[in-house]
Design a protein around this ligand. Structure first.
Ligand code: PGA
Length: 254
C-alpha cells in the first residue's frame, strides 16, 4: 500500500523572514489528511529554523540537495550529516535544474543517493526528459537510463527508502503539465523497470511522484492515475492556499 506524498520544493525562493512566515502559515493553517504525507523543502538557510518550527506538525522538512562526502574542502557544499543535524529527514537529488543548470551527472546523483541513505535521509530522486527528447520519441530511453544510473548498486533493501519523482523538464515552471495519461505511461514504465531491477514487491511499494506545474486545477486528475503516488510541487508550494488544496487532492475511489 503506497501512502501518497505531497512535497513542496521552494527552490531558491523566499528570504528567511518570508520563509518563516510561510512555515508559520502552514503550521497554523494546514491540516494533512491522515491517509497521506506532506513535506516541504526550504532553502538551506531556513532549514533548521523551519524544522524546529514544524517539529510538532505532520509536515516533514527536507533539503533540496546534498554533497556525498562527509566533510572537507568542498566550498559551498553541504553534507548529509549537516542536513540531518539541521532537522532534515528527506533530500531532493538530481532535480532537473541541478542537472541542466549546474551540470549534475547521473554518476553524481548515484553518489548522493548512497550518501543520503547512509545518513538515513530519504532521497527523492528526480528524473525526466527534455522537450527535444520527448519529440524525438526518446522519453522512455532517457528516464530509464537516468533511473538505472541513479540507482546503480543499490540493493532492494536500500531501495525501501528511495522515492522517485518523474519531472518532465518541459513541464517544470512552464505551466505545461503532462496530461494524466502521459504521466501514467511514464510512471508505469518506471515501475516495470523497478520490478525488473529490484523485484515486483519493491516496485509495488515504491512511491513515484509526478512534478511539473502541478496546481490545484490539475492535481486531482494526476492523482487519479494508478501509478502516480504524489506530487513534487514547485511554484504552487509557495502559496499557502494553493498548497493546501493540493494536499487535499481528491483521493481516487477504491
Ligand atoms: P513547478 O516545479 O511546480 O514550479 O513546475 C516543480 C519542480 O521543479 O519540482
Amino acid at each position: 500500500m503506497r501512502r501518497p506524498l505531497i512535497a513542496g520544493n521552494w527552490k531558491m525562493n523566499l528570504g528567511h523572514a518570508d520563509a518563516l512566515r510561510l512555515a508559520d502559515g502552514l503550521f497554523a493553517g494546514i491540516d494533512v489528511p491522515p491517509d497521506r504525507d506532506c513535506a516541504i523543502f526550504p532553502p538551506f538557510t531556513s532549514l533548521q529554523a523551519i524544522s524546529e518550527k514544524l517539529r510538532s506538525s505532520p509536515i516533514r522538512v527536507g533539503a533540496q540537495n546534498c554533497y556525498p562526502e562527509p566533510d572537507g574542502a568542498f566550498t559551498g557544499e553541504i553534507s548529509c550529516s549537516m542536513l540531518k543535524a539541521a532537522g532534515a529527514s528527506m533530500v531532493i537529488i538530481g532535480h532537473s535544474e541541478r542537472r541542466h543548470v549546474l551540470g549534475e551527472s547521473d554518476a553524481m546523483v548515484s553518489r548522493k543517493v548512497k550518501a543520503a541513505l547512509a545518513h538515513r535521509l530519504k532521497p527523492i530522486v528526480c528524473i525526466g526528459e527534455t522537450l527535444a527528447e520527448r519529440d524525438a520519441g526518446r522519453t522512455s530511453d532517457v528516464v530509464i537510463t537516468q533511473l538505472r544510473r541513479g540507482l546503480d548498486g543499490l540493493t532492494a533493501d536500500a531501495m525501501r527508502d528511495v522515492i522517485l519523482a518523474y519531472e518532465p523538464v518541459w513541464a517544470i515552471g512552464t505551466g505545461k503539465t503532462a496530461t494524466p495519461a502521459q504521466a501514467q505511461e511514464v510512471h508505469a514504465s518506471l515501475r516495470a523497470e523497478l520490478g525488473a531491477l529490484f523485484g515486483k514487491p519493491l516496485a509495488e511499494d515504491t512511491l513515484i511522484l509526478y512534478g511539473g506545474s502541478v496546481k490545484p486545477s490539475n492535481v486531482d486528475g494526476l492523482m487519479a492515475m494508478p501509478d502516480v503516488d504524489g506530487a513534487l510541487v514547485g511554484g504552487a508550494s509557495l502559496d499557502e492556499s494553493e498548497f493546501h488544496r493540493i494536499i487535499w487532492f481528491e483521493a481516487p475511489e477504491g
